[in-house]
Design a protein around this ligand. Structure first.
Ligand code: MG
Length: 381
């Protein structure tokens, strides 16, 4: 029996993880769940369905306590961080955004195995996270990184010459005019069903930029050895090229269940975690380079990653603020990446020293978010 802690249980990844756990009660048991608490009725339902003993929420703690007598409810901003260090077999960090960094560091500090879906942890605090983690303590859940993790097993570490991340291209891969895109348009992803923030990040391709940085830290590969290609069908989840010219790909229909199940049960595979590819029908898989003039986010992320220091954290913080402003109807879709570009350029000189701790990351993020807001206010006038 493997005891699991889920951080971010009400989000897309958290809910799918619970479905996997429900299907394998003989192998997996949830002992604690955390979430923002925005949907208290869902938290209560999850806790009851899985007989969870410990719950962490930021808000609505009283409603949840009243609905779950006898269950321990930890509330406040640091609830996920506290719960990440509970002794268990695996902590799944499925929080969205760089607020997931504190819980990631806490899970690693306590020696827990970390199934990491929160890519922003590695973007905002990659050096800190990797310095704390022992080999194989972090198991990637992001589908691309799970694919690379699986493909990498086909050879030795020093035989890997390149990582190739695939990108669906998002809903606007063929759209030439991106100025009139609405929130509803941007939320219509062609192949993947995901949370709202990652769906917008997929439409701008910021997501692929974040994932390049994530891959750099997870697999300690230089940026020059990490490529990204458009693969519209989202069936090949990523690839690893070896020194002999051989490329190994991982393929399965677009569904996070396989990657989540593999991370929760590593190194074992569950029976039928996801439906396999149906080879009785015709498949055409395409691969094409990313058009960087329409999607400048990937090159910008790579640039920030190569500069290092606080630049990836600034890239992510500016994007988080810009995406919130897009959801609020304050800026156009096209403005998201221009704002990120403006903020990262502005802070480039001052942000190259290494981040020493979580407080450093928070300070640099606050600064980037303040500058983003200042810029947004100027845009609005
Ligand atoms: Mg991904």
């Amino acid at each position: 029996m493997r005891e699991v802690v889920i951080l971010g249980s009400t989000g897309s990844i958290g809910r799918q993880a619970l479905e996997i756990i429900a299907a394998h009660p003989e192998k997996l048991r949830v002992i604690a769940i955390t979430s923002a608490g925005t949907h208290p009725e869902l938290v209560i339902a999850q806790a009851q369905a899985f007989n969870v003993g410990i719950i962490g929420v930021v808000e609505n703690a009283d409603v949840i306590r009243a609905g779950l007598p006898g269950v321990k409810v930890i509330d406040g901003r640091f609830a996920s961080t506290e719960i990440a260090s509970i002794e268990c077999d695996v902590v799944l960090n499925a929080i969205t955004g760089s607020i997931g960094l504190g819980p990631t560091l806490a899970a690693l500090d306590s020696g827990n195995i970390l199934a990491l879906a929160n890519k922003e942890s590695l973007v905002a605090g990659g050096e800190l996270v990797m310095a704390k983690s022992r080999p194989h303590q972090i198991i990637p859940v992001d589908s691309e990184h799970s694919a690379i993790w699986q493909c990498a097993m086909a050879g030795k570490r020093e035989e890997i010459s390149k990582l190739i991340l695939t990108a669906s291209g998002g809903p606007f891969v063929d759209r030439t005019d991106l100025s009139s895109v609405s929130v509803a348009d941007a939320l219509k992803h062609p192949t993947w069903s995901m949370g709202n923030v990652v769906t917008i990040n997929s439409a701008t391709l910021v997501n692929k930029g974040l994932e390049i940085i994530e891959a750099h830290y997870l697999f300690s590969m230089p940026y020059t050895s990490i490529d990204a290609v458009i693969h519209r069908q989202s069936i090949v989840h990523s690839m690893v090229e070896f020194c002999d010219g051989s490329t190994i790909a991982q393929a399965s229909p677009p569904n996070m269940k396989g990657a989540i199940a593999y991370a929760l049960n590593f190194p074992h595979r569950f029976m039928a975690a996801t439906a396999p590819i149906d080879w009785s029908s015709v498949h055409n898989w395409s691969f094409e380079p990313i058009d960087s003039s329409r999607f400048p986010a990937v090159a910008l992320a790579r640039h920030c990653g190569e500069l290092g220091g606080a630049m990836p954290a600034i890239f992510n913080a500016a994007n988080e603020s810009a995406v919130a402003a897009f959801f609020a109807g304050k800026i156009a879709f096209n403005d998201i990446v221009s704002i990120v570009e403006h903020v990262t350029k502005h802070l480039e000189e001052s942000a190259l020293s290494p981040l020493r701790d979580l407080a450093d990351v928070s300070a640099i993020e606050d600064n980037a978010k303040a500058l983003t807001h200042e810029y947004l206010t100027r845009l609005a006038h």
